[in-house]
Ligand binder design. Structure first.
Ligand code: C2E
Ligand code: CA
Ligand code: CA
Ligand code: CA
Length: 279
């Protein structure tokens, strides 16, 4: 038994080492990638369920790696979770969203709204509020063009400072969405304490909602509850017209998913915008 324990300990160590090595490699690669402009954003449209009117976009990070090709954010963001580079990359994302918003407005899409994902580390950064205030001034943009997406995990990690920071940013005009709703371990109690505007139902519930009774019930009761709290509800991962119809009939406000559009790369955005502007 003693030998086994030793072996396990050894394997555990090796795994740990691999993880640390991967993270260190990732950090230096991200630093270089920022300098070499390998990051871009893809924007996924969000539409009002009933009218099919454009509500806004979610900004999703893309990394075009010279050798590895397009690296999924799920393959590098979790590795950078507690790193200063994620904070730095997060600031790059925010600035890019301001630039894109400015471009949209110049194009005539004046009531555009962009949802920005914030990582836990980024949200814990004491400079975030000042950074956002400075950008508003620099671009002369109203904060109500931006929705900040936080996960339940992020909120729970920082609960006291989170509420304070959110209240401050909401006073300025930013709105807040809870992302991946229903997948965290947090209780519903925090919903009434949290100054949030929008709840995003996680796509894992949406995918099987018409085949799986539990997923269906979870979605429908979430929508009902969220509406009773006076908040807006977004369903993500909507891929079929049947899902769209069912969600719309049950009062879901906003729909995001491949059924309407995959995330659109920056290079194709203006084409999309042109179809949305009716003069
Ligand atoms: P998320 O915030 O939950 O973003 C939604 C994800 O669902 C995106 O994956 C989007 O492409 C995908 N999606 C949307 N509609 C559909 C659909 O109908 N079917 C399917 N199969 N997928 C759909 P993506 O772009 O790969 O991003 C993955 C995750 O990476 C995001 O999940 C978010 O947690 C993180 N992420 C992406 N960009 C950023 C960023 O700028 N900052 C931070 N902190 N995290 C980001
Ligand atoms: Ca999100
Ligand atoms: Ca999500
Ligand atoms: Ca997710």
């Amino acid at each position: 038994a003693k030998g086994d324990g030793g072996a396990k300990y050894h394997i555990y160590h090796e795994e740990m080492y691999k993880k640390v090595a991967l993270r260190v490699m990732m950090e230096s690669e991200v630093r270089q990638a920022l300098a070499k402009n390998q990051f871009s954003l893809s924007l996924q449209p969000q539409l009002e369920a009933k009218t099919k009117k454009l509500y806004g976009f979610e900004a999703l990070l893309r990394w075009q790696h010279p050798e590895r090709g397009m690296v999924s954010p799920e393959d590098f963001i979790p590795l950078l979770e507690n790193s200063q580079y994620m904070v730095e990359l997060g600031y790059w994302v925010i600035r890019r969203c301001f630039e894109l918003c400015q471009t949209f407005i110049d194009k005539g899409l004046t009531d555009v709204r962009i949802a920005i994902n914030l990582s836990a580390g980024q949200f814990a950064d004491p400079h975030l509020t000042d950074y956002l205030i400075d950008l508003l001034a620099e671009f002369s943009l109203e904060a109500n063009h931006f929705e900040l997406e936080l996960t339940e995990q992020t909120l729970v990690k920082n609960i006291d400072s989170a509420i304070e920071m959110m209240n401050g940013l909401r006073d300025i005009g930013f709105s807040f969405a809870i992302d991946d709703f229903g997948t965290g371990y947090s209780s519903l109690a925090y919903l009434k304490k949290m100054p949030v505007d929008v709840i995003k139902i996680d796509k894992s519930f949406v995918f099987g909602m018409l085949e799986n009774r539990a997923d269906y019930q979870i979605i429908m009761s979430t929508i009902a509850m969220v509406k009773k709290l006076g908040l807006l509800v977004i369903a993500e991962g909507v891929e079929t017209s049947a899902q769209l119809r069912s969600l719309t009939e049950n009062d879901c406000d906003i729909i995001q998913g491949y059924y309407f559009s995959k995330p659109i790369p920056e290079t194709k955005l203006m084409e999309f915008i042109d179809t949305k502007i009716v003069n």
